[in-house]
Write a protein that binds this ligand. Structure first.
Ligand SMILES: Cc1cc2nc3c(=O)[nH]c(=O)nc-3n(C[C@H](O)[C@H](O)[C@H](O)COP(=O)(O)OP(=O)(O)OC[C@H]3O[C@@H](n4cnc5c(N)ncnc54)[C@H](O)[C@@H]3O)c2cc1C
Ligand SMILES: NC(=O)c1ccc[n+]([C@@H]2O[C@H](COP(=O)([O-])OP(=O)(O)OC[C@H]3O[C@@H](n4cnc5c(N)ncnc54)[C@H](O)[C@@H]3O)[C@@H](O)[C@H]2O)c1
Length: 554
């Protein structure tokens, strides 16, 4: 993309004030919409407009990925410092400086001191610099390749119709779901928007949910001094992951640590009623200021147990999942179900509706920024190729393959990172699955990273095909281990070849070596790898390996 000509900033529409024509009209200026627009017009004279009612950059930039990671990173650094000789004594039991952490988050989301809303002018400048026009408004499909745009936030002004010569791309993201619990909506609970944008740290917080948002929010809230209670319907955290990932994250949250309060986790428990005095409408992230009482009971999900009684807290966060943002999108105008994610094929096109595409969270596929951007690259390339009359058969035009290896990192402490299939999912898919695991604390690179390093890595392989189909890592700073596994799964690298991808010593990546050795020991690697001269010679004669084993550097 970088070598392609930049387009002049300005208004690229054809038509008058009420009917404007572009090659590509994108609804939603989040990461998926931005990438779809940029790829669809790159290096061409095609025109594109992004329709966005809120902020260009979307949920990810202002209320999700970026602020959450800006809040979590200081907690991770604090945790590493507490576990390293020479710095542990310096930080002692001191908590994080909440004001500095919140200001760091504000800097990342472009929210100036005292401002209510972040500033997206940098993202708008990027769009205009890439030749993409931006209009503030809410878009609704009114027919094939036709969109009606109403001014944002109910502002005055008429509806403008936009016609797309080539494509309309739906990239409207997702919205937090609120369970229909009596009293919950009236209590004006925080959602992920508030807890990422929070302006003050509540003294005590209850979080409903045990997924990614709940685990990450519990991590930063407890590191910033809040007393956190997680109320989890099921029996585990991080439901879609290998069970050991949720278990290790739960152990660490419960345990707390220097400068981080222990988190109370109520498994098998649901809230059946919420009671709170009147709470005035407030800006995102401003605590309600009125205590709230949750009435809880065993959920009956996942076996016996669960808690009953009341949980009184200062603030309540709902992290109970998200749903595709399709309300008012006019899907019915093109014959689609208005309440469901639009179906998409491998080109990210909506079957049966000419010129319509969907990317990102609105598709209901994998609600992650990197997957939305991946789909958007495919979609933009397809639109560009079709506009130029070029074929779209090559793998670059198919979003299917990447979905076999969806990477996910949960930035808790320890981090949990996985890609591809869990062992259970692999079996369900009829794969001849076999798994091996290692204790990451036994790897020299991990032990050097911090005292008492605790973590685990697991590979799931397809024994019949001799390839990796899934990997999970849990431990401090394991996020950067993940991409190697994603490459191996997506590229279907034979295990025999993986053996020759030598991890550097002393890095945590040596876990790969331990895992492949475990596969060999289990007979899950073929004889080709076992008798390969490069491998056996290396292992037997390399002084570092044999010496290392004696000195604990294995
Ligand atoms: C707390 C939290 C943390 C997260 N952290 C991560 C992370 O670390 N890594 C990761 O990969 N993912 C993370 N995610 C998920 C990530 O935020 C989403 O997957 C990502 O934002 C989806 O991008 P998108 O472009 O599809 O949608 P969005 O970012 O939601 O953008 C959609 C845009 O469409 C606009 N829009 C809505 N309706 C209309 C309409 N009718 N017309 C025009 N525009 C409209 C919205 O205003 C919005 O700006 C996190 C999510 C949450 C909630
Ligand atoms: N680091 C990251 O990549 C990151 C961070 C945050 C969010 N995300 C993305 O955002 C998506 C949404 O995250 P999330 O945590 O909101 O959803 P989730 O699907 O991960 O978890 C939802 C949780 O809420 C519970 N739940 C659902 N309905 C409930 C109800 N009625 N009552 C009580 N509990 C209920 C579920 O059992 C689950 O524990 C995730 O799928 C993830 O892909 C990613």
């Amino acid at each position: 993309m970088t070598s392609e000509p930049r387009r002049a900033a300005g208004d690229h529409a054809v038509g008058g004030p009420d009917l404007r024509e572009y090659d590509v009209v994108v609804l939603g200026g989040g990461p998926a919409g931005e990438n779809a627009a940029a790829y669809a017009i790159a290096g061409s004279d095609r025109t594109a407009i992004i329709v966005e009612p809120e902020l260009v950059g979307g949920e990810c930039s202002y209320w999700a990925c970026i602020p959450s990671k800006a809040l979590l990173h200081p907690a991770a650094v604090r945790s590493a410092a507490s576990a390293s000789p020479g710095t542990a004594g310096l930080v002692g039991d001191r908590p994080l400086e909440a004001g500095a952490v919140l200001a760091h988050r504000d800097a990342f989301i472009g929210r100036g001191a005292g401002a209510l809303v972040p500033d997206d002018s940098g993202q708008v400048r990027w769009a205009r610099g890439a030749g993409i026009d931006v209009v503030r408004g809410s878009g609704r499909l009114t027919g094939e390749r036709t969109v009606a745009v109403s001014p944002a936030g109910g502002a005055d002004g008429g509806v403008t119709t936009f016609k797309a010569r080539q494509a309309v791309v739906l990239a409207t993201g997702s919205a937090a779901t609120l369970p229909p619990t009596p009293g919950l909506a009236e209590a004006r609970p925080w959602t992920s928007r508030d807890v990422t944008a929070m302006r003050a740290v509540p003294g005590s917080v209850a979080i409903i949910g045990g997924g990614v948002v709940a685990c990450e929010a519990a991590t930063w809230l407890s590191a910033l001094g809040a007393q956190v209670t997680l109320i989890v319907r099921g029996r585990a955290l991080l439901g879609g992951a290998e069970p050991f990932a949720g278990a290790l994250v739960a152990d660490a949250l419960r345990q707390g640590g220097p400068g981080r309060r222990p988190v109370r986790i109520l498994f098998g428990t649901q809230v059946y009623e919420v009671e709170r005095g009147a709470v005035a409408a407030h800006a995102p992230g401003v605590p309600g200021g009125v205590p709230v009482t949750l009435r809880i009971e065993p959920s009956g999900h996942g076996g016996d147990g669960g808690s009953a009684g009341t949980v009184p807290v200062d603030e309540l966060v709902v992290a109970a999942g998200r749903r595709p943002a399709v309300d008012g999108l006019g899907l019915d105008a093109v014959g689609l179900d208005p309440h469901r994610a639009p179906p998409t094929d491998a080109h990210m096109a909506v079957p049966g509706v000419p010129g319509l595409y969907a990317v990102g969270d609105v598709t209901g596929r994998a609600p992650l920024t990197h997957m939305g951007k991946y789909q958007a690259r495919v979609c933009g390339d397809v639109i560009a190729a079709r506009a130029a009359g070029r074929p779209t058969q090559a793998p670059r035009f198919q979003a299917g393959t990447g979905h076999a290896a969806v990477p996910q990192v949960v930035f808790t402490d320890p981090q949990a990172a996985w890609t591809g299939l869990t062992e259970a999912r692999a079996r369900e898919a009829g794969i001849d699955a076999h798994s091996v695991a290692v204790d990451l604390g036994t790897v020299a690179g991990a032990a050097l990273q911090r005292d008492g390093y605790t973590g685990r890595a697991q590979l799931v392989v397809d024994r019949t095909r001799g390839v990796l189909v899934g990997a999970t890592f849990v431990g401090p700073e394991v996020a950067e281990l993940l991409h190697a596994a994603t490459i191996a799964v997506a590229a279907e690298v034979p295990l025999e070849r993986l053996w020759h991808a030598v991890p550097a010593f002393p890095t945590v990546s040596e876990a790969w070596l331990r895992l492949l050795e475990a596969l060999r020991a289990d007979g899950a690697m073929t004889d080709g790898a076992m008798t390969d001269g490069a491998m056996t010679d290396g292992a037997m004669t390399d002084g570092t390996v044999t010496d290392g084993a004696r000195k604990g550097t294995r």
